[in-house]
Design a binder for this molecule. Structure first.
Ligand SMILES: CC(C)(COP(=O)(O)OP(=O)(O)OC[C@H]1O[C@@H](n2cnc3c(N)ncnc32)[C@H](O)[C@@H]1OP(=O)(O)O)[C@@H](O)C(=O)NCCC(=O)NCCS
Length: 144
């Protein structure tokens, strides 16, 4: 029987070793992130794990005031489990979380998974000229 995919926002269930390994070694965006820095980020975020038979295979992190604004980051499904709809179930669960309802703005940045988010109503920024950032993509390389 196929194992059922389950999403939970219980921080106690997170496999921090797995999340750190993927982000530090396999992601394009958080490569080299120190373990202690990730733990601080997790502690101050609303985190979602995706589980198969109790083993974590997916992750998403939401930085939010739980009232008006949220930003979704660090979304991944382990390579061996991709293409089975798990990221869609994960994003669906994120958007259904009771603390993330009625937000004025929900943002995310993605290099190539626009199609995943578009199905949930995410669009390119309607007024890109109004958005500004301080962006240091190689910051984890520098703190080694
Ligand atoms: C992107 C990612 C999370 C998708 O996970 P997945 O479980 O394989 O995706 P699903 O099976 O739920 O399908 C996702 C849907 O979005 C679409 N999609 C759009 N861009 C995609 C992309 N870059 N990768 C995978 N699917 C993508 C797929 O076509 C699919 O739609 P369909 O069912 O109509 O064909 C996964 O490939 C991953 O972890 N990639 C590496 C990390 C990453 O790039 N994360 C995104 C950072 S924002």
């Amino acid at each position: 029987m196929m194992a059922a995919f389950e999403v939970s926002s219980d921080p106690a269930r997170l496999d921090v070793d797995l999340v750190h390994r993927f982000l530090a070694e396999e992601s394009s965006w958080a490569r080299g992130i120190p373990r202690a820095l990730l733990e601080r980020a997790l502690a101050n975020s609303l985190c979602f794990g995706g589980y198969l038979d109790g083993n974590q295979v997916a992750f998403a992190r939401v930085v939010t005031d739980r009232a008006t604004f949220a930003n979704m980051v660090d979304v991944f499904v382990l390579p061996g489990q991709r293409g089975r709809g798990y990221s869609k179930l994960l994003v669906e669960s994120v958007l259904a979380h009771p603390d993330l309802q009625g937000l004025r703005r929900f943002t995310l940045a993605t290099a190539d998974a626009h199609g995943l988010y578009a199905r949930f109503g995410f669009t390119p920024p309607s007024r890109p000229a109004t958005l500004m950032e301080r962006y240091y993509p190689d910051v984890y390389q520098r703190c080694r």
